[in-house]
Design a protein around this ligand. Structure first.
Ligand SMILES: [Zn+2]
Ligand SMILES: [Zn+2]
Length: 375
């Protein structure tokens, strides 16, 4: 899970190196262990230092901007402290409960990811959009900045386990004494208790909040795809790093166009006469009105392709096509004059004789008849 390093330092995405340095120096002045003895300040200092390291190294920052985590070794949950992270890695492991199999576990844990569906019209998925999204998640409690302790108070060492986070019990069995340890029930294994919980968050270090964020939907997304917003998920217990927010695209069906990946399809119906004589149709595409030339003699089921009128390709350049399916309608309810004209046309084309139907079927009927008569 990637941390929002920009958020940790409180700078905007795209902040300059000097802005990042300034933000880091200011935070470090308040949080440095030499200045601030509170245990949560030390943890915050590590976090801030890590964010600084991530954003001042061009290669690491590139990974951050791609939505990744330069310190994530890919080793599963809590996999911070990857190669190249030196001594800080061990501290981070303990901090996030990754490799901390012994000793007290941190009160601070990483937040969960969140998933929110978003309904979009076809032109929004095709051309992209900026949407306001209401998000209801846990955010950092500003009263205690995640520590869970009431302002002016601090967490204290747990008296039950003396801060070890685990208690031991001795049992006598067949094999003699067996010593077993289990997490301390008083402090839930953290080694610390909060004598005076923060009134705002009741000691959790985070509060629920509804906020509106802007989501940039890239052009060409498809139904079911998810956009990841790094660090916009839930803040973890004890003010731990926020999870990611996934926005799942739900594309509303369109009245005219159906979508097949990057291609769009639509259907136009034409009177028989127009299909026979040819015509020009005005078609409302997503890009505006387009003239569609119907050639004389167009058959029902014919398709016409408007190149690059489909959806943009997400992972390549260019756009898909718009495929127009032509459907020719046969006139019904002819009035006497129309019927007379059609009969005349049929006579002129020699289509009024049963023989000509047979020819139109490729001689199928005559062959069937021949077989029937034993010829
Ligand atoms: Zn609080
Ligand atoms: Zn305890």
């Amino acid at each position: 899970m990637a941390t929002d390093y920009y958020g940790v330092l409180g700078v905007a995405h795209g902040a300059s190196d000097s802005e990042i340095k300034r933000a880091y120096r200011k935070l470090a002045r308040d949080l440095h262990p030499d200045v601030n003895p509170a245990p949560e300040a030390k943890a915050r200092f590590q976090e801030v230092t890590r964010a600084y390291e991530a954003l001042t190294d061009p290669e690491k920052r590139r990974i951050v901007d791609l939505g990744g985590d330069p310190f994530d070794s890919g080793g599963g949950a809590g996999g911070f402290g990857g190669p190249g992270f030196g001594g800080l890695g061990d501290i981070m492991d303990a901090f996030f409960g990754g490799a901390a199999t012994r000793g007290p576990r941190s009160r601070t844990r990483a937040g969960r990811d969140a998933l929110i569906p978003i309904e979009l019209e076809l032109d929004e998925t095709v051309f992209g959009a900026v949407k306001d999204l209401t998000v209801d998640t846990a955010i950092l409690c500003t009263t205690c900045t995640g520590s869970g302790a009431a302002p002016g108070t601090h967490a204290a060492t747990c008296a039950t386990c003396s801060g070890r986070g685990e208690v031991q019990s001795v049992q006598r069995g067949f094999l003699g004494q067996v010593v077993s340890s289990r997490p301390c029930p008083t402090c839930a294994g953290t080694g610390q208790v909060i004598p005076e919980p923060c009134p705002q968050c009741a000691g959790d270090g985070r509060v629920r909040s509804r906020r509106t964020i802007q989501v940039k939907v890239p052009a060409g997304v498809e139904d079911g795809m998810r956009i990841r917003l790094t660090g916009q998920g839930e803040v973890g217990p004890g003010g731990g790093p926020a999870g990611d927010l996934y926005v799942e695209i739900h594309e509303r069906p369109h009245a005219v166009f159906t979508r097949d990946g990057e291609d769009l399809h639509c259907r136009v119906t034409l009177p028989m006469t127009a299909a026979a004589l040819g015509t020009t149709l005005s078609l409302k595409t997503l890009d505006g009105e387009e003239d569609l030339d119907i050639k004389p003699g167009t058959q029902s089921g014919a398709t016409m392709t408007l190149r690059a009128h489909g959806a943009p390709r997400l992972r390549a350049t260019g756009r898909g096509n718009l495929v127009v399916h032509v459907e020719v309608t046969t006139p019904t309810r002819l009035d006497p004059e129309q019927e007379k004209l059609l009969r005349e046309l049929a006579a002129l084309r020699g289509e009024d004789q049963p023989e000509s139907h047979r020819e139109a079927q490729g001689g199928l009927f005559s062959r069937v008849r021949d077989a029937f008569n034993g010829r």
